[in-house]
Design a protein around this ligand. Sequence first.
Ligand code: HEC
Length: 118
Amino acid sequence: MRYSLFISIVTGGLMLSGSLAQAEDIEAGKTLYTNNCQRCHGAKAQGGVGAKLAGDATKWELSAFKNAVLNGVDDENHKLKKPMPLFGTVGLTNPQGKIPDDADLENIFAYIKTFAKK
Ligand code: HEC
């Protein structure tokens, strides 16, 4: 009895700290998206020159999303049909030349997901 109470307190604490550490910054993602992605993917990620991101891509694993942005391959590891800047090589437009890090990509992905149901 006493042990199970102890265990639930410990696991509850771990879950809480885990979810806090994961907090994405949607505002930062919006800024990065607006400056680097919007001209091809649209203000609501509806697509344009670039693919629609508000649909299927919002359901991708984060790792697949990162791979697409950095290396230009889709979730099945195929090269994107139409070329997109390889952000992992050339870096962002603004801040110019910065290779997007994990936090940047997580923030952009979180922002794109806000369009998922529209
Ligand atoms: C110069 C135009 C351009 C810019 C800028 C651009 N993209 Fe793309 N992107 C494309 C094109 C074109 C495709 C579609 C390739 C295809 O259809 O095979 C694409 C595809 C994608 C895909 C794969 C979607 C899918 O369903 O296959 C993702 C994810 C993506 N872009 C994210 C981004 C993000 C995030 C940014 C900003 C950091 C960005 N793109 C900036 C042109 C661009």
